[in-house]
Write a protein that binds this ligand. Structure first.
Ligand code: AMP
Length: 361
C-alpha cells in the first residue's frame, strides 16, 4: 500500500480519460505527479497528458491490473464505475479514492437520497418503485405531478419523466424501461446552486464559493461564481457538504448540486463523487482549482486555499460551438479550454470558456 503524502514522481491512476481526467492529469503534472489513465478510447483527451494510457474496458480485469501496477492511488472521473472494478482494485491493494461507499451511494438515486436524509442533508420527498403497480402507488402517495427517474445510470436529465397524474405512472415506468425507479416531489426552486467541496486524508474540509448553474435541455450551460448569496446561505451549503463528506469518510473533491427554495432553504438534488462541470470556473477564478484540490486530497497533501480571485462566468462549448475557437482565441476576456476531442457531435462537451471580472467589494 502507498504511503501518504505521495511524493512528487508518484503516479495517480484515473479511470476515465475524458475532459475531467485530462484536467486532473494537467493538475497532477503541475505538482510533479504522473498520471496513468484507463479508457476504452486510445485517443481519449487525457491520453495527451498521461504518462501511460491503458486502453481497456472499465470492467476488464487485465486492464485494471495494469493500471493498479502503474499507480500509487486510483481515482475516477465518472461515478458509474462498475462495483467489480473497485473490488478488484481493492483486492490488488491499491488505494481507491473516493472509496467504494461514496460510489455505491452516488450510483443509485434511491440509496443516495436515503443516505442524504440520514445525515440531515435535506432532499425533496421521494419513494422508490420496482414495478408498474408500485410506481402507481408511489405516485398516488407522493402526489402528482412528480418526477420519475431511473435509480441508476441517469445523467444530464436522461432517464427521467414527469408524471402529471398518478394514472400515468405505470406507463411512465414502462417508458423508462421497467427498471427500478425513484419518484420525486417537484422542487419549487428559485435557482440551482452547487458547492464543490473537498476533504483531505486527515479529515480537513474546504469548500469553494457557491456556483449558480443554468441548464439547457438537462445539460449544464453556464455557471456564475461566486453566486450572489448571503452568508447564511453559503454557510448552510457548506454545512450540508461537510456532513456528507464526513459521513462518507470521503477523500477528494465532490460536487453537491442544490436547489434553493423561495424560503431560503437548500435541498440536495444529487452528489457527484468527483470533480464537477460546475467547478470548472475555479480553473481561472480561484486560488487553487478543483482539479488540483482533488489531486492534493487523494495524494494525501494538504488542501489548498479556495477563495475566489474573480467573478467568473463559465460557459460550456457544446457540439459545433467549438468551431468558434478562432473568435474565442482572439477575445482577450475569454480563457479558453479545449478538450482535444475529435468529433463535435451535437451536445457533446468539447470545451469551456471562463470570463473573469473583478470581484465586487
Ligand atoms: P438530475 O439528473 O437529477 O440532476 O436532474 C436534472 C435536472 O432536472 C436538474 O438540474 C433540475 O433542473 C431538474 N430536476 C431534477 N430533480 C428535480 C425535482 N425533484 N424537481 C424539479 N426539478 C428537478
Amino acid at each position: 500500500m502507498a504511503r501518504f503524502p505521495l511524493p512528487p514522481g508518484s503516479t495517480i491512476g484515473v479511470l476515465g480519460g475524458g475532459q475531467l481526467g485530462w484536467m486532473l492529469a494537467l493538475a497532477a503534472s503541475r505538482l510533479g505527479l504522473n498520471t496513468a489513465v484507463l479508457d476504452p478510447d486510445p485517443a481519449c483527451s487525457a491520453s495527451r497528458v498521461a504518462v501511460r494510457t491503458v486502453t481497456a474496458d472499465y470492467a476488464d480485469p487485465e486492464g485494471l491490473a495494469a493500471l493498479a501496477q502503474a499507480c500509487d492511488v486510483v481515482t475516477f472521473e465518472f461515478e458509474n464505475v462498475p462495483a467489480a472494478a473497485v473490488e478488484q482494485l481493492a483486492a490488488l491493494k491499491v488505494q481507491v479514492a473516493p472509496g467504494a461507499r461514496a460510489l455505491a451511494v452516488a450510483q443509485d438515486r434511491l440509496e443516495e437520497k436515503t443516505f442524504l436524509n440520514g445525515v440531515h442533508a435535506p432532499t425533496v420527498a421521494f419513494r422508490g418503485a420496482s414495478s408498474a403497480a408500485e410506481a402507481a402507488e408511489a405516485a398516488a402517495e407522493l402526489g402528482a405531478p412528480c418526477l420519475m427517474k431511473t435509480r441508476r445510470e441517469g445523467y444530464d436529465g436522461k432517464g427521467q419523466r414527469w408524471v402529471e397524474h398518478a394514472s400515468q405512472a405505470a406507463a411512465a415506468f414502462e417508458a423508462l424501461g421497467s427498471r427500478p425507479v425513484i419518484l420525486e416531489a417537484p422542487a419549487d426552486f428559485v435557482r440551482e446552486l452547487s458547492v464543490i467541496a473537498a476533504r483531505s486524508r486527515s479529515g480537513e474540509i474546504a469548500c469553494f464559493p457557491l456556483g449558480e448553474n443554468h441548464h439547457e435541455n438537462g445539460v449544464l450551460r453556464r455557471t456564475h461564481a461566486p453566486a450572489a448569496a448571503a452568508p447564511p446561505l453559503v454557510e448552510q451549503a457548506q454545512q450540508i457538504a461537510a456532513r456528507i463528506l464526513s459521513a462518507l469518510d470521503y477523500v477528494g473533491v465532490m460536487g453537491v448540486e442544490l436547489f434553493e427554495l423561495k424560503d431560503g432553504r437548500l435541498l440536495v438534488n444529487e452528489i457527484a463523487p468527483r470533480v464537477h462541470n460546475s467547478g470548472h470556473w475555479t480553473l481561472d477564478g480561484c486560488e487553487v482549482d478543483q482539479f488540483e484540490q482533488h489531486v492534493r486530497a487523494i495524494a494525501g497533501w494538504p488542501l489548498g486555499p479556495t477563495a475566489a480571485l474573480a467573478r467568473t462566468e463559465m460557459t460550456n462549448l457544446l457540439g459545433s460551438e467549438v468551431d468558434d475557437w478562432k473568435k474565442l482565441a482572439a477575445d482577450p476576456d475569454a480563457r479558453l479550454w479545449l478538450y482535444g476531442k475529435g468529433e463535435p457531435r451535437p451536445g457533446r462537451k468539447m470545451g469551456h470558456v471562463n470570463r473573469l471580472q473583478p470581484l465586487k467589494d
